[in-house]
Ligand binder design. Structure first.
Ligand code: ZN
Length: 459
């Protein structure tokens, strides 16, 4: 439910014919704020703003207000301090509600001097988010996390099960880029994602890809680069000492990898490569910068990797995969935290359960990492759940509460949710018993003490 001027708008009952002119008027007067009524507040809701994306007017949350929405609201986000995002907001990521644009500052180049030797360049600066990276710029990995976050694939509700696939991932990431810009170019101009492959469309798809890559073929020593994002099919030996990165849905478009790039990739993303080998149903997502030679060969310049589960939820260890699998299997709701530029030693929340009251920040610690930081904002209550994976079996996972009891009637699809999360409206149902996950993906024998949980799927 929204308050727009003096009207109460139930998004589920109001069509675009009525809503779009209303939002257009707000877009022309950016100082006026629609409000989301998902949670009670002294000001009567949480301020929103109107952005124009793909020719449509859409409601977006104001920067920094995600935690003030009710956990069941699609505009809810956990406090940025629980993720790697906080360190980048206002510096590498500047949201501008007055224009609806988000300006990104990148730490990696989008041109390449063809005469430069990589070993002499700064290209080998890690994209792994090591502690010495510039906090005011997005590494390639941080940009991948940002896109995944903005496209809404960090948020999980049970009704999403079985509904995520490459066409949906591609569509929502492209939507997420619509309002993003870098210092030199608009992000939609820079980013290529393979079209879903069909044999019947093979020639047309290849022709569109050639057209998309055409700007990279200009003359001169400084080659323009683009970004490509896709699911890794394989990294395989090619002829003459090179390797090639094969992306699913683009089998006829290998990205050649120079030996030093491969060495860097194996060193920086050894964990992700090992997880893909060790967890058969996981996937490996790559974001790379690449150029195209005058002969039309695509050459990878830098590559960042991210592990995702079979449901396309990011994870960074076997333990985290075990926790996520258990939560998905037992119909829980949560938002995954992403690391962005932060090193693995930073005590970030793994995920936040949004079906507990209050939400629960879940931390996975080891003997080598410090415990979670103290929560600083008393107005944003959070419980903590900590699993020391080096010594303890998984503790009992907090049980759920009904969202209908806490959040009232409000629930309004975000722009990305309109298409992505329609199945979120699942009927109320009795949830299965509390998870009894194992710390090992193939071992489900560990019993976890828990109580039966209640329904949580209405919103
Ligand atoms: Zn809300």
């Amino acid at each position: 439910m929204y308050a727009i001027d003096d009207q109460l708008i139930d998004r589920a009952r109001v069509g675009d014919d009525y809503l779009q002119p209303l939002l257009a008027a707000f877009h022309r007067s950016p100082r006026r704020r629609p409000r989301c009524l998902c949670s009670a507040s002294e000001t009567g809701g949480v301020d929103m703003y109107v952005a124009r994306i793909g020719g449509r007017y859409v409601l977006k949350r104001m920067p920094g207000t995600g935690p003030h929405h009710a956990p069941a609201c699609s505009s809810y986000t956990p406090p940025a301090e629980l993720t790697g995002l906080a360190a980048l907001l206002g510096t590498a990521i500047r949201e501008q509600p007055s224009t609806g644009l988000t300006r990104l500052t990148l730490s990696f180049p989008l041109t390449r001097n063809s005469s430069r030797r990589r070993s002499e360049s700064t290209d080998l600066a890690p994209d792994s988010g090591s502690a010495d990276v510039d906090g005011n710029r997005l590494t390639l990995r941080a940009l991948l996390h940002f896109l995944w976050d903005e496209a809404g694939f960090v948020r999980w509700v049970p009704a999403m099960a079985g509904r995520r696939n490459w066409p949906a991932i591609r569509r929502h990431i492209l939507l997420a880029t619509q309002t993003k810009t870098t210092r030199s170019r608009e992000l939609p101009e820079l980013l290529w994602l393979p079209e879903p492959f069909t044999l019947a469309q093979k020639a047309d798809i290849a022709a569109r890809r050639t057209a998309a890559f055409a700007p990279l073929l200009g003359p001169g020593k400084h080659r323009e680069l683009m970004l490509a994002l896709g699911e890794v099919k394989d990294i395989a030996p090619a002829r003459f000492g090179r390797h090639k990165l094969l992306i699913k849905h683009a089998p006829d478009c290998p990205f050649m990898i120079e030996p030093d790039t491969l060495t860097h990739l194996r060193r920086t993303f050894a964990t992700e490569l090992a997880l893909r080998q060790g967890i058969p149903d996981s996937k490996l997502i790559a974001l790379l910068t690449f150029g195209v030679t005058a002969a039309g060969v695509a050459i990878a310049d830098r590559i960042a990797l991210m592990s995702v589960s079979t449901d396309w939820i990011p994870f960074e260890s076997v333990f985290e995969h075990t926790l996520i699998s258990a939560l998905v299997g037992h119909g829980r709701r949560f938002t995954k935290s992403l690391r962005y530029n932060q090193p693995v030693t930073s005590p970030l929340a793994s995920l936040v359960l949004t079906d507990t009251d209050p939400p629960t920040a879940c931390y996975l610690t080891t003997g080598a990492t410090s415990g979670p930081p103290a929560l600083t904002d008393a107005n944003l209550p959070l419980k903590q759940w900590i699993w020391n994976t080096s010594v303890d079996p998984i503790p009992a996972i907090p049980t759920t509460v009904s969202h209908t009891r806490r959040t009232g009637p409000a629930r309004t699809p975000s722009p990305r949710e309109n298409a992505q999360e329609a199945p979120d409206q699942a009927p109320t149902q009795e949830a299965p018993p509390c998870p009894t996950p194992s710390p090992h993906p193939t071992d489900h024998s560990t019993n976890t003490p828990c109580t039966r949980i209640s329904a949580n799927t209405t919103s």
